[in-house]
Design a protein around this ligand. Structure first.
Ligand code: ZN
Length: 134
């Protein structure tokens, strides 16, 4: 189980990966996330210990578990956001609320909501809702 802070970093690393940056360091994340380098380093160590990242030549990259976990959080975010948006909550708010609660739902519950919504393929921002294995 990741804390909200750890999952923010994990998602940032996942986004970097999707943009073609496959390994990151504390300095890179500090700049990207507008945080101090020691804070970035500390969270990277936590994600490393939790098996979400591996370290090679001083750089960190996602493990397959880390990759899956990131996809699961994004899936949860986009499904919850879709639900809130369809209920009439404006998009910015729906996104903000989804960010706050995306880690609180068990996978089973997220899948039930997804089914209830008719298995949407994209979120209201138009971004794809990723599929997760297992
Ligand atoms: Zn969003």
């Amino acid at each position: 189980m990741l804390t909200v802070q750890e999952s923010r970093y994990l998602l940032e690393i996942y986004e970097s990966y999707m943009e073609g940056v496959s390994s990151v360091g504390p300095q890179y994340l500090a700049l990207r996330m507008n945080v101090k380098r020691p804070s970035a380093y500390e969270v990277l160590q936590k994600l490393l210990r939790k098996g979400m990242l591996k370290k090679k030549h001083g750089k960190y990259m996602l493990t397959s578990e880390g990759m899956n976990c990131a996809r699961r959080i994004i899936r949860s975010h986009r499904i919850i956001e879709t639900m809130l948006y369809r209920a009439g909550i404006e998009l910015d708010k729906a996104c903000e609320y989804a960010t706050r609660i995306q880690n609180e739902f068990e996978e089973d519950a997220v899948e039930k909501i997804c089914k209830y919504l008719g298995n949407p393929k994209t979120c209201p921002h138009g971004k794809p809702i990723p599929e997760v294995e297992g």
